[in-house]
Design a binder for this molecule. Structure first.
Ligand code: AMP
Length: 424
């Protein structure tokens, strides 16, 4: 069945794939319909199989819905309609945002009115701008307003700060990143200067509070982004504690992909008369991702199949997911030895290493990013052509988050999930 085309380790120089990337011979794999390893053919008999984790394999198989089937969204508002400062409108125009996305359309007017809000929305929906635009506007009108934005991962914090800087360019508003993996001293100094926006992860924020650098009572605006993921990551105690330190009179904005597993309790406890804006479910956001599975019969063959896939020219920018940091590091190393421009991103790396890997991937110097779920959560990277689940995700929700890294915006993407027969 499986024809081996890997013929031994081959290292490229410092350049890109060029023609010299790994072995050139490609003998076979995954093309929908004729792929001996895919599930779609087997599925005809409506037989369901269980993956290693009790997940129904058929849920990883889905044809991307053709773009013609997507319903056009007609926003109720134009950016020009929002009661925001002209300079902020100019920033939005500079970013070439023509119309508000659904979450922006629904949320911005309410946030501008000062309402607490629960936004049920995934990354990729424009939710960052949905809270940044009104909060920046508030800071422009009332320079003493302070906002703290809590997010599950360092990368997401970096991404949000970058977006903040874009919007707030030339507006004399300060922001500080408070994330782990970098020295605390500078962050402590910056935070003491009382910036308008603090963007950070719960652990480091708590550290800065405990050391009395960060004064939560000064922050009358709070955003919790990806609440469900923060709870998944076990931050519930920190979050409850941090929220309890905020002033009672405040504006609180929660964003989460779902309101399950404690997110609702948290919202009910800490938000006042919130308005809820829910945009189409995460399942819908994966509709333009073509999904299929690949069977692997042994550990050795699995890496060969992956190798062959990555050689295919259409695998221009791939993210490979594994469940453990160790596994991700090991696979990245293997791929590098085999000549691929691969890098890893997981929680055991320093902030600098993670940033380098991401920057390289964004810029196209790295074409294969090997990641763990937590590290890759919320990443917004343009042009990811393929998501490969080398390890099965722990839950279907994790799966949806993983595959949501591709097929973003109007582009379609592809997701392949390995099913290890040797583990069954
Ligand atoms: P987010 O869900 O906040 O991670 O945003 C996903 C991507 O959508 C980011 O690259 C944003 O820059 C982009 N984006 C946000 N709002 C808009 C908009 N109104 N029009 C076009 N792109 C947008």
């Amino acid at each position: 069945m499986y024809k081996k085309s890997y013929t031994g380790a081959k290292k490229t120089g410092s350049g890109g794939f060029g023609g010299s990337r790994g072995p050139k011979k490609y003998t076979g794999p995954v093309k929908k319909g004729n792929n001996p390893f895919t599930f779609r053919d087997m599925k005809r008999g409506a037989k369901k199989q269980k993956g290693q984790l009790g997940l129904d394999v058929s849920m990883f198989v889905r044809k991307a819905i053709e773009k013609t089937e997507t319903v056009a969204f007609h926003p109720e508002h134009r950016f020009a309609d929002f009661h925001i400062e002209e300079r902020l409108k100019a920033s939005i125009a500079r970013r070439n945002y023509e119309h508000p996305t659904p979450i922006q359309d629904g949320a911005i007017p309410h946030i501008l009115k000062g309402r607490d809000l629960i936004g049920i929305a995934n990354t990729g929906t424009g939710k960052t701008a949905a809270f940044l635009i009104p909060l920046i506007n508030k800071a422009l009108l009332h320079p003493k307003e302070r906002a703290i934005i809590l997010v599950p991962t360092r990368e997401l914090a970096v991404q949000i700060e970058e977006e903040f800087k874009e919007f707030a360019r030339g507006m004399n508003l300060a922001s500080v990143l408070t994330i782990g993996g970098v020295h605390l001293d500078k962050q402590a100094r910056d935070v003491r200067r009382s910036p308008n926006f603090v963007i950070g992860t719960p652990g480091r924020v708590k550290d800065l509070i405990d050391r009395k650098f960060l004064m939560m009572p000064d922050y009358s605006n709070v955003v919790l982004d990806e609440v469900d993921r923060m709870l998944d990551m076990g931050f519930v105690k920190e979050i409850r504690h941090l929220l309890s330190l905020l002033p009672e009179k405040r504006q609180s904005l929660f964003f989460s992909a779902t309101l399950e597993r404690g997110a609702k309790d948290l919202a009910m406890k800490f938000l006042q008369d919130p308005i809820m804006i829910s945009i189409p479910s995460s399942r819908a956001t994966s509709e333009n991702v073509d999904q299929d599975v690949i069977y692997s019969e042994s550990r050795e063959k699995k890496v060969e199949i992956l190798h062959d896939l990555l050689l295919k020219p259409e695998f221009e920018k791939s993210i490979i997911f594994l469940r453990t940091k160790y596994g991700a590091a090991k696979l990245a190393k293997t791929l590098k030895i085999r000549g691929f421009q691969a890098d890893a991103i997981h929680g055991d790396l320093s902030q600098g290493q993670r940033k380098r890997a991401l920057d390289g991937f964004r810029a196209g110097k790295v074409s294969v990013l090997v990641a763990t779920d937590v590290a890759a959560r919320g990443l917004d990277i343009d042009g990811v052509t393929h998501v490969i689940n080398y390890d099965l995700p722990a839950t279907y929700e994790d799966y949806i988050h993983r595959i949501g890294r591709t097929g973003r915006g109007s582009k379609s993407g592809s997701a392949l999930t390995f099913i290890d027969k040797f583990r069954a």
